[in-house]
Ligand binder design. Sequence first.
Ligand SMILES: *Cc1c(COP(=O)(O)O)cnc(C)c1O
Length: 422
Amino acid sequence: MKFENSIRFAKKLDSQDPLHAFRTKFHLPKLKGKTAIYLTGNSLGLQPKSTRKIVDEELSDWAKLGVEGHFHSKRPWLHYHKFSKSSLAKIVGAKPVEVVAMNQLTVNLHLMMVSFYQPTKIRFKILTEAGAFSSDQYAFESQAKFHGLDPEKAIIELTPRNGEFTLRTEDILQAIDENKNELALVIFGAVQYYTGQFFDLEKITKAGHEAGAYVGFDLAHSIGNVPLQLHKQQVDFAVWCGYKYLNSGPGGLAGVFVHEKHAADFELPRFAGWWGHRDKERFQMKKGFKPMRGVDGWQLSNFPILPGAAQLASLEIFDDAGINNLRKKSISLTSYLEFLLRSIENYNEHFTIITPTNTDERGCQLSLLMKKNGKKVFSKITKAGVIADWREPDVIRVAPVPLYNTFEEVYRFSEVFKIALL
Ligand SMILES: *Cc1c(COP(=O)(O)O)cnc(C)c1O
């Protein structure tokens, strides 16, 4: 599409946007009494207006029914983990048996590594991107140590070529091949949190499997942001959090994908709890853990109803909007943002967009590497009513989210940003 740098054009795009009305389903934060330009759905997604209602319903059922709510509430608590399956499955390209909402992201990452990181004397390496989110780094490091390994030797971190900011797929594939005899696990942030790079999951998974390793992804910045095809692409496992693009609330409920091919593999090592035990016998409280088929067999504890209810409110909106429609809008919205930023005179002197320009290699986020006065620019845009995200040492991340951000906001952000650079 040919873009124009004007508020009129931005408004025209909004008027043609079939998803425009979804914005009214969210509470929009304010700064100094005015609706903020909120570009941080990659950090904390906004609250759907329907969240309060559904959480209230559970609170009322709890008040009215007490423990009987497990069976007799509107959405019986006993089965709550099943209610989000079909929505989550659509978002990540999976079958319902492959996805479940549970725990928090880092907890889930550890649980998955218990099953899918089984180092041997020969095959013990983890291959990942350099500069992964700290929590993921700590998980990898502590898992290596847990198995008696030296993290320095066990973890391979890939860095971009000199002068480049993101990894080339060909370099990732080559690194997998070069380490093929020693690789136990290949794991990447599907969309890298700092650069916004969306990796080629299909090629990485195929190469990892050819090398004889398991392949997993951290979807923190990809779930609800880009459509995924985890089942078709044969990914072994994935983990995510619920509070970013999934709008499930601060510290919201996270989730896990385990491919169907592992559904009945009860020999995989795993940490167990009663909610993963075969549900027909769960309440017999007997000795001897027998996991449920599929990802449900990785559940530990009974389901947290209030965070689960909040998540259902948001998933209903995703069902209505459709992840592919969202992606379509997202590509235009972020491309428009990129167009406007590149229209700023001498923008190269002020910042570099380190997120790939190819729309297949990114989601909605753009990461702006500031060349001078980064923190000052950031504080100026904040004063002007923009909620964006500063990442040390020198990156501003902005993520127009197709569910609730508009082309007009993107335009207004670019104007504010241009003035802040002066
Ligand atoms: C947001 C994020 C986390 C946060 O982990 P929690 O367990 O949810 O606190 C971890 N990893 C990545 C890649 C993230 O983007």
